[in-house]
Design a protein around this ligand. Sequence first.
Ligand code: COA
Length: 251
Amino acid sequence: MSEIVTQTSDGVLTITINRPDKKNALTQAMYGAMADALEAAETDAAVRAVLIAGVAGAFTAGNDLQDFLSNPPRGENAPVFRFLRAISSASKPLVAAVTGVAVGVGSTMLLHCDLVYAAESAKFSFPFVNLALVPEAASSLLLPRMVGYHKAAEMILLGEPFDAAAAVASGIANAVCPDESVVATALATARKLAAKPPTSLKLSKQLMKQAKPDVAAQMAAEGVYFSAQLQSDEAREAMTAFFEKRPPKFN
Ligand code: COA
């Protein structure tokens, strides 16, 4: 089966990340497929809302670290940047169902979703500093605005995982749901949105998003540091240590 599965019914495009053996870690090819799906949804009148889901135990473990080491993104049209542009500028409502781990971009993409449902098993983290990287997807702008500076500093500078209840308490998820029903809850909500007046929905979302006009500029600024750090000795050490299952050592 494909690692990105798409299906449209009742006005809802469901994008399912499906690479369970690697905890849904995202390769360039997978970002490309998700970018294609989101871009096509913009002009497809049959799509009125989008649901993003993972598999049991993994929404996504974030960027594939092997890809970061051997095939780092190059240029602004790299699939990961196409995906980030598509998700941050989507005009139709985006709903996420988070099961299990949501690491790195697994958590930062949620800041661009309109409604987020977290399974009891969900574990969120922004581990960029621990990987000797910097935040991406405009999370360095959006997270402090959403949760307040001190909470964001805890999440980003310490990079420790937190659970579904903490995600709801801090305002980055809407509700905690049992694992068995989180996708059904998110899908039912996406269907509710799909039945609403589409222009009113689009304009209402646009009005809320316009209050954050600096998202693209922040993403570009993050990208400069992110690319430089990706090439750094400290990032290579952090990622090699992950695959060698040992703590990293930074000088
Ligand atoms: N990139 C590449 N492979 C990854 C991965 C990633 N981001 N996350 C997990 N995997 C792989 C593991 O290497 C392992 O592969 P193997 O079975 O061939 O050894 C498999 O997926 C299962 O992962 P494992 O670590 O055994 O699962 P776990 O349940 O113990 O832990 C995580 C899950 C997500 C907490 C842990 O895998 C992790 O920390 N991954 C890295 C996350 C990360 O740093 N992402 C980048 C953010 S910018």
